[in-house]
Structure formats: structure tokens, C-alpha cells
Design a protein around this ligand. Structure first.
Ligand code: PA5
Length: 456
């Protein structure tokens, strides 16, 4: 992965953050670096943890024999898996015959509790030929638990042994999944206690589905570790892509740029932008600072796809409110390429395309958009993948986990909690009449009683 910050800096961009502005927060950036060196966060420790990996690979060997690998999870317990799948797999993987999948399973995700979505997966997945990986760190997320019960009900109705068709990925000690796995001897992998949901893609959460479907997960871990090493061994902010990018996003966000767009110029990388959205939103969107002041920190993460959204979003990015920092992802060497044939060469409206390669067209479009944004005073930066492979995807995960941690340090917030989603969860439990939530149910009724209703 290579980084180009040229179009984000005030030396080149009207009203941009300048070198001197970044130097002004060097003390904070170095405090973060030092803090990290002394006390690295839990998610970093798993990148080199080989015992964790061995267990995952052992379970994956069993999962590989199935026709279908069905992941049941949501949020941090599904988005990383989808990102890996989107980036590294043939887009029509599930429609390929088994030999074209090198014998590996098809891959499905049961995340949302949209009955049409879940029922349609169950229409085409034969439970007898499937392994269901139930992933929930807490073991209490209602969507995942509901989908688990649906799966469990089907296994029981079909007389299929849950110990054969289920694998849990959950907290080592806490939660109902851990209890069930102990009571019923269902295989279970651990989400390390010191790794939060959205930082867990490079633990059993994200690695089991990958390893079971043929991904070289060791390369992903090594890629992430390379980014950690690059970060922690570089004191110069202007040579350290984590520190520089954190400074850029932090200073722009403080200056009113409240939106952070990620725009891959590659369909395969689009699911990475979904993973990034959760990481950025849940980690940085915080009401209170660590010292208790109201800060309402964060930037709203948006995803766009190049070139498609040049014909949808870019007009706004160019001329609408100047409230965004845009990160482009581009690929230097695509896994496949197409040459545009020489047809209609006598027509100047088409001839400039003839004999060109499609990979060059998409990359020139990215460069053209990036420069046009610069000329409109819109800060943007570009992250280039050499190609799309396990190592680069691992680097991306490692890099963004570090970046978001650095951002949280600069905002002085707790990057690793998510108090804002708790109330919604409590309300759901209350509305579903979960035992112990009677007072919350009463509270909801009281709130509703006092509302002026505007329904049509
Ligand atoms: O980042 C987080 O902690 C959350 O987004 C969780 O990943 C999400 O809520 C799912 O939680 P769990 O794995 O406990 O089911």
C-alpha cells in the first residue's frame, strides 16, 4: 500500500491544512506513538499470535468439507468477513461449480433480520451440506441470536447433529453461546477479550470464514503486522502514513469537514468501504471526551464507488458544501484486464478509447477526479494497492485499525466503546418483552405518551 497526500495539503490546496498546522500537533501525535509502543492495543497483539491461528486452521479444515459456509453475525462480526470475501473472491463465487471454486464452500452471510433476506438464503442452502458459523462476541446481539435460533430450529427439525453443523465464535468466558458450547460440546473459537467487535476481523471472527474458503489468512496477518511495524518504527510524522493521515483527518474535522468519504476505484474493494464505515463511525462518533466534556466527536463516513459515483456523487463533492475529506483507493495492477478493441477508429468521439487498457482508463479517471477536486479546493488523498491480494487486504485492515486508534487519541475519546448503540439495544429487548427489561418497557411507553403524533 502506498499513500499520496499531495492533494490534501494546504501547500497545494486553497485553504488546506498546511505543513506548519500539522507540526503544531506533533506533540500529540508523538504522545500517541509513544503510548502505542509502551502499551499496544489488544487488536495488534493477535497479528502475531500463532496459537490462535493454529486453532482457527484446525477448525477450518473441518469446515472446508461442506458445500456451504454460512456466517451468522452482524456489525463487527460480519463486515470484515464480507470485506475479505468481496475483495478476494470471484464476484460470482457462489454460482461457480465446485471445481472452479477449488473444492471450497460457497459463502453466505445471515446478518440482517430481514425475513425475506434470511428466507432466501435458506431457500438455496441445504443444512445437511452446510456449516453455520455463529459469530457474536457478546452472545447477546438479538439479530444474531434470532438467526441462530432459526438455524438451530432447522437443524433440529432435520435431525442434524449440531456438533457437526455449528461452530461458535464468541467470548472465551462470557455469554450464552459459550455456555451452550460447554453444555452441548459444540466447537467454539475465541474472540480475544481484549479485542472489540469492529477490530476483530483478524481474529477467529474474520479468519475462520476466510480460511475455510481458501484464503491464505497468514498472509493477511503478516500484512497487518507490516503496517504495525511501519507505524511504530517511524518517528517522522511526514514519513508515517498513520500519523500524517490522522493529523489530516483530525485537523480538517476540527475545521468543519464533518464527512469522510472512502471511494475505491475497484468493485472488489467496495466492501472494504463498508467495513471502514463501521470502524470510523462507531469508534469516533462519541458524545463525551475521556475527561467528560461534551465533544460530539467524529466524521460521518460515506462510501462511494469509482467510476460509478462520478455520475452520481462527485458533482456534490466538487461544488456542494466543502465539508468532506475524500480518500480514494486505487489498484495499480488488476488481477484481470481488458483491452478496448480498435473499432470505429475513424470517429474521434471513440478513437481515444481504442487500443487502451481498461485498467488505465479506470486509473486515469481516478487521477482526473482527484485533480479536479484539488482545483475546487477539496482535500483528497489516495491509497494505492499494488494489487488485490491477502497481504494488501491485511495491510488495509491493520492500517485502518491503527489510524482510527490514532484519531480517537487526538479526539481524546474512548475509541473502543459504543455507548450510543446500547439504548437502541435495550429498547429492542424491552419491546420484545425480554425478562428484566420491564422498567425500560414502561419508560418507552411513558416517552411515547408524551409525543405529539404526526402520522399521516
Ligand atoms: O464493534 C462492535 O462492538 C459492534 O459493532 C459489534 O461488532 C456488533 O454489535 C455485534 O456484536 P456481537 O459480536 O457481540 O454480536
Amino acid at each position: 500500500m502506498k499513500f499520496d497526500f499531495t492533494n490534501a495539503l494546504g501547500e497545494n490546496l486553497l485553504d488546506g491544512i498546511k505543513y506548519e498546522g500539522i507540526k503544531g500537533i506533533t506533540g500529540r501525535l508523538h504522545a500517541f506513538l509513544e503510548n502505542f509502543r509502551q502499551n499496544p492495543p489488544g487488536f495488534v497483539k493477535v497479528f502475531k499470535d500463532s496459537s490462535h491461528l493454529e486453532q482457527i486452521l484446525k477448525v477450518a479444515d473441518k469446515c472446508k468439507k461442506f458445500e456451504n459456509f454460512v456466517l451468522v453475525g452482524i456489525g463487527g462480526s460480519a463486515l470484515g468477513n464480507q470485506a475479505v470475501f468481496g475483495a478476494l473472491f470471484h464476484p460470482m463465487w457462489n454460482s461457480l461449480p465446485k471445481n472452479k471454486r477449488n473444492g471450497f464452500p460457497r459463502f453466505f452471510v445471515m446478518d440482517n433480520v430481514d425475513p425475506e433476506h434470511i428466507a432466501s438464503i435458506l431457500d438455496i442452502v441445504d443444512p445437511a451440506e452446510s456449516v453455520f458459523n455463529i459469530v457474536s462476541k457478546s452472545g447477546s446481539t438479538s439479530e444474531t441470536m434470532a438467526n441462530y435460533l432459526v438455524v438451530r430450529g432447522i437443524l433440529e427439525a432435520r435431525g442434524l447433529d449440531p456438533r457437526e453443523h455449528l461452530v461458535f465464535t464468541t467470548d472465551p468466558n462470557e455469554g450464552v453461546l459459550r455456555k451452550i458450547s460447554i453444555d452441548e460440546n459444540i466447537p467454539a473459537l475465541e474472540v480475544p477479550s481484549n479485542v472489540g467487535g469492529r477490530f476483530s476481523v483478524l481474529t477467529a471472527v474474520g479468519l475462520l470464514s476466510g480460511a475455510s474458503t481458501g484464503v491464505d489468512v497468514k498472509k493477511m496477518l503478516d500484512g497487518a503486522q507490516e503496517e504495525v511495524d511501519r507505524f511504530k518504527n517511524e518517528d517522522d510524522t511526514f514519513k508515517n502514513p498513520v500519523l500524517l493521515n490522522a493529523a489530516i483527518h483530525y485537523l480538517y474535522s476540527r475545521g468543519g469537514k464533518s464527512i469522510s468519504v472512502m471511494m475505491p476505484y475497484s468493485n472488489a474493494l467496495y466492501t472494504l468501504a463498508d467495513w471502514y464505515r463501521q470502524l470510523w463511525a462507531e469508534s469516533l462518533g462519541k458524545e463525551k471526551s475521556l475527561t467528560g466534556e461534551t465533544v460530539n466527536a467524529g466524521q460521518t463516513p460515506i462510501k462511494s464507488l469509482g467510476t460509478i459515483d462520478q455520475h452520481s456523487q462527485v458533482q456534490l463533492y466538487m461544488e456542494g458544501p466543502n465539508d468532506k475529506v475524500i480518500t480514494f483507493l486505487r489498484v495499480e495492477s488488476f488481477r484481470r484486464n481488458l483491452k478496448i478493441p480498435v473499432v470505429h477508429q475513424d470517429r474521434k468521439e471513440l478513437s481515444y478509447l481504442c487500443n487502451n487498457e481498461m485498467k488505465d482508463l479506470i486509473n486515469y479517471e481516478q487521477e482526473a477526479t482527484s485533480l479536479a477536486l484539488l482545483e475546487h479546493g477539496r482535500p483528497n488523498l489516495t491509497i494505492s494497492f499494488d494489487s488485490i491480494n491477502e497481504t494488501e487486504i491485511g495491510r488495509f485492515f491493520g492500517y485502518y485499525e491503527l489510524l482510527v486508534t490514532a484519531m480517537g487519541f487526538l479526539y481524546n475519546i474512548n475509541t473502543f466503546d459504543q455507548p450510543g448503540v446500547e439504548l437502541g439495544k435495550q429498547n429492542t429487548y424491552a419491546l420484545m418483552n425480554r425478562k428484566g427489561y420491564e422498567a425500560q418497557k414502561q419508560h418507552i411507553e411513558d416517552v411515547k405518551k408524551n409525543l405529539k403524533i404526526f402520522k399521516i
